[in-house]
Design a protein around this ligand. Structure first.
Ligand code: TRP
Length: 354
């Protein structure tokens, strides 16, 4: 339905402590996609102000996401890795989208409702407008494919709504300028300036849970560091955390149904499966009937072989920031050039003098 050249875009907020859940849920997907696609990966520092206006170490948090991308294998020369605030065109397009999108659309976002809580009048305007900036991130490059977690699906639907309303509201101007691409929406031919983005939410992303409590998500804010594997942990630490991970007294079941009601066993089998790129059923075919005293060492070996090269490289990259800073500067320049090409056309479509 869309003839836009395929382009992958995704963003990750700068948060201090990246862990195994972030790696398996997002970064690993980004790495896989770069083989066959043009990709832009962004550290969304403007978005991070909606959660926390003042960061203890924002530069360090931005670098640590970029370092995780690079350590995991993203090629910053073939693709683009940059931080959002380096490209002011994101904020410029977000303003225009603020005037396209309706307050009602924003009020319906479940993430806004969750984060604003009961006292909505006191939430920042930025938190309400968050999805409009996210739409601008993607559409300022006219990106077509967006790998994200399931929780971002609603924001991507809103991105399509914004793109479509812009395309329709400015239809005559887009046709005049000859900058659009013919697409069909349902049966309707539309000369679209912005593509209808496709979410890439392949399969149920592994839900990585705390190593201390299999009913809670692995989280950077858990007070116990033993609850998570951080992307800066060395091999010895990864191994110790898995050996200490909570389990129950039984052996492993031979099928997935047998994991019901056993959240810790389910989590460790899920982590093994994700790291090995196998299904849980497949892992249980191998380990069903075995005790944790056998399974855990196997998981340690696997986790160390997959993660230690990444965590080692990430620590190295963060020890001397000049390399990461150069990558971000270069990515920012290339991103800015592409975003500016779009914004020149957008300003023209709208009728701003330039
Ligand atoms: N909202 C996304 C998240 O919290 C982060 C994000 C910002 C993003 N802009 C984006 C993701 C653009 C994909 C595309 O995970």
């Amino acid at each position: 339905m869309s003839n836009f050249p395929p382009l992958v875009f995704s963003g990750v907020q700068p948060t201090g402590n990246l862990h195994l859940g972030n790696y398996l849920g997002a970064i690993r997907k980004f790495v896989a996609l770069q083989e066959n696609n043009d990709c832009i990966y962004c550290v969304v520092d403007l978005h991070s102000l909606t959660a926390q206006l003042v960061h203890e170490d924002l530069p360090g948090q931005i670098r640590s996401i970029a370092a995780a991308f690079i350590a995991s294998g993203i090629d910053p020369k073939a693709h683009i890795v940059f931080n959002q605030s380096a490209v002011p065109q994101h904020a410029e397009l977000a303003w225009i989208f603020n005037c396209v999108a309706r307050i009602g659309w924003m009020n319906r976002m479940t993430q806004f409702k969750d984060k604003a809580g009961k006292d909505r009048e006191n939430a920042s305007l930025g938190l309400l407008a968050y999805p409009s900036l996210m739409a601008a991130d993607i559409l300022v490059y006219r990106a077509t494919h967006v790998p994200v977690g399931d929780d971002q699906k609603q924001h991507l639907e809103l991105t399509r709504d914004i793109a479509m309303k812009f395309n329709l509201d400015y239809q005559a101007h887009i046709r005049n300028g000859g900058k659009g691409i013919d697409i069909t929406v349902g049966e309707e031919p539309v000369h679209a300036y912005f593509p209808m983005v496709e979410p890439m939410i392949d399969g149920p992303a592994p839900r990585v849970m705390s190593l201390r409590d299999g009913t809670k998500k692995m989280s950077k804010s858990d007070p116990s560091d033993l609850s998570r594997i951080n992307l800066v942990d060395d091999a010895e630490t990864i191994s110790r955390k898995i050996r200490k991970a909570k389990t129950d007294p039984d052996g492993l079941p031979s099928d997935v149904e047998g994991l019901a009601g056993r959240p810790e066993a389910d989590n460790l089998v899920g982590i093994y499966a994700a790291l090995a790129d196998r299904t849980k059923a497949d892992v249980l075919t191998e380990f069903g009937g075995q005790q944790f005293s056998v399974f855990k060492p196997a998981l340690v070996d696997l986790a160390v072989s997959v993660l230690a090269p990444i965590t080692g490289e990430m620590s190295r990259l963060l020890a001397d920031t000049s390399h990461i800073d150069a990558i971000l500067r270069d990515g920012g320049e290339r991103a800015r050039a592409r975003a500016e090409t779009t914004m020149r056309e957008v300003r023209d479509i709208i009728g701003f003098l330039q």
